[in-house]
Design a protein around this ligand. Structure first.
Ligand code: HEM
Ligand SMILES: *[C@@H]1O[C@H](CO)[C@@H](O)[C@H](O)[C@H]1NC(C)=O
Length: 499
């Protein structure tokens, strides 16, 4: 154990030292956060593995929201502040490029195949436009799936009225099933073995992309292959989803699509339709973007609901019940559109609990000049820091307070543009949970609907409380730039009379 830790530390120091040495030549002239000198650099790299948030906070305070460098295991990030966000928002990939950066950070080509990024047809048309239109019919289906799945995930023993469950893993699995009802339809979305592997894919691929980045590019495919045949969930998930994707190819009505895979088939090139593993890999990859992100929001929301005064929870619940009643008792997209308090709660979750220390990263393809006049050489990586942006007292009054109804209070109720600005899925320079500009998350409408459907069903059927001795959720867990809710934290669900 000790030996492994020593070896790991030496490797990290070597890696960081190398990074420092090679970065000397083409670095922009910007201050760096963390201790000074080469050893300070190595120390900061180590610290970034578990405390990127703390480093970002430190850099932000020290440099007053002006650009600074954040070292990390996967290279240096230039953290940009409010003065540069507009330039990033408007960028069209010619100078600040998103796809190239995503390739370097997440290595989809190594792990899923070149076809994913060579021909990213699933991004533009499908998610951004067709999926958002299809959501009308998908909402009642996702609701039905949530109704079927929730009792499986919250098993209350007969004779008892409540169950205590580990919240994060349960929500991720529940979301995976509800999400796959939309993605591949039933019965595929109920194949527990497939869902298990699908959930594991993200848990392996994200950390592995970081680790593969430590290897020279030529070695990465070999290391990844070794990992896949020994431990990897990805090949198994691709294999298990295959028959369900095949069924859509054989029987789906592309002119009357009922799943997201049907939409994919409209645009998929012939060679990909004929090559099931290729198509299945794309679906598994898309599922990966759609599961944990939504699971994190659902988890934080339930922990916050358990902390709220009961009368505030009741307000959220009453509004949901009234909205469903006003649509003839159906939980459809129109009804969800009237869950204003829940929408505000989710938006506040995004403001208060960041998913990552730095996000919306882009790589410069050409020399670029930022607001303070600094010249960034090509190959520089820039990013935004959600936490300090969302804690800015100039934009948010009393930013340290979690206020579930913060954003409903800012609505006039007239449905004006200013009101729409307050909604969870609206992108803005002050709210960067879904990113910014052209590459802002295209799946956010789908995400918001499925999170709301799951939470509405839970709110109507359960009361939430902390296990004995706890009054709030324990500290979240951070790895590199990512932060997730504490994986061991539990919540008590108590069955209530339905409205
Ligand atoms: C609460 C849930 C979610 C959050 C917080 C989230 C957040 C994000 C963020 C921050 C980005 C990067 C934006 C940027 O670079 O400026 C992104 C990109 C993306 N997201 Fe999401 N996302 C969520 C759910 C989803 C879902 C459900 C899907 C799939 C249907 C999805 C698909 C994607 C895709 C494909 C991209 C890449 C877009 C591009 O590069 O053009 N996301 N997401
Ligand atoms: C929701 O259901 C109501 C009542 O059946 C209907 O009037 C409304 O058009 C539906 N909305 C959608 C988006 O399907």
């Amino acid at each position: 154990m000790m030996n492994n830790a020593t070896v790991a530390t030496v490797l990290v120091l070597l890696y960081a030292g190398l990074g420092f040495a090679t970065n000397q030549r083409k670095r922009a002239k910007l201050p760096r956060v963390g201790r000074a000198g080469p050893f300070g650099y190595a120390w900061t790299v180590l610290r970034s593995v578990l405390d990127s948030d703390g480093l970002v906070e430190e850099g932000w305070a020290k440099y007053g929201g002006k650009p600074f460098v954040l070292p990390s295991m996967s290279g240096e990030w230039i953290v940009l502040g409010p003065d540069d966000i507009e330039q990033l928002r408007r960028s069209d990939d010619t100078v600040f490029n998103a796809p190239e950066r995503a390739k370097a950070l997440f290595l989809p080509n190594t792990m899923f195949g070149n076809h994913l990024t060579d021909h990213p047809y699933h991004l533009e048309t499908i998610i951004r436009s067709d999926l958002t239109k299809s959501l009308h019919s998908l909402v009642p289906e996702m609701h039905e799936e949530a109704q079927l799945a929730i009792p499986d995930h919250i098993p209350i023993i007969s004779g008892q009225t409540s169950a205590t469950i580990p919240l994060f893993s349960t929500m991720v699995h529940l979301i995976a099933r509800v999400s796959n009802r939309a993605m591949i339809g039933a019965p595929g979305c109920r194949d527990e073995k497939f869902l298990q592997y699908q959930v594991s894919v993200a848990e392996e691929v994200i950390p592995m992309s970081q680790i593969l980045n430590w290897f020279p590019a030529a070695l990465r495919p070999v290391v990844w292959k070794l990992f896949c045949v020994t431990l990897g969930a990805k090949d198994r998930a691709v294999k298990l989803i295959g028959p369900y994707v095949k069924a859509r190819i054989d029987y789906a009505q592309q002119d009357n699509p009922s799943t997201i895979v049907d939409l994919l088939l409209r645009y998929a090139p012939e060679e990909e339709i004929k090559n099931l593993p290729m198509l299945a890999a794309r679906v598994v990859h898309l599922n990966m973007a759609a599961t944990h992100t939504s699971g994190i929001f659902t988890t934080h929301a339930l922990f916050e609901l358990a902390r709220l005064p009961p009368e505030q929870v009741e307000m959220v619940r009453t509004e949901i019940a009234a909205a469903i009643a006003s649509e003839g008792g159906v939980l459809n997209k129109t009804a969800v559109g009237k869950f204003y308090l829940l929408d505000s709660l989710l938006k506040e979750i995004g403001r208060f609990h960041s998913l990552f220390a730095v996000g919306s990263s882009r790589v410069t393809l050409k020399e670029a000049v930022i607001s303070d006049g600094t010249v960034l050489p090509p190959g520089s990586v820039v990013a935004l820091a959600p936490k300090p942006m969302h804690n800015n007292p100039k934009t948010y009054s009393d930013p340290e307070t979690f206020d579930p109804f913060r954003f409903t209070k800012l609505r006039t109720g007239a449905g004006t543009a200013a009101d729409i600005q307050q909604s969870f899925t609206t992108l803005s320079n002050d709210y960067i949970v879904f990113g910014i500009g052209k590459h802002g998350c295209p799946g956010r409408f789908f995400a918001a609907l499925k999170i709301k459907v799951v939470l509405a069903e839970l709110l109507l059927n359960y009361d939430f409380s902390f296990p004995e001795g706890a009054s709030h959720a324990p500290k979240p867990f951070s790895f590199n730039i990512f932060t997730v809710p504490n994986p061991t934290a539990k919540l008590v669900f108590t069955k209530r009379q339905r409205f």
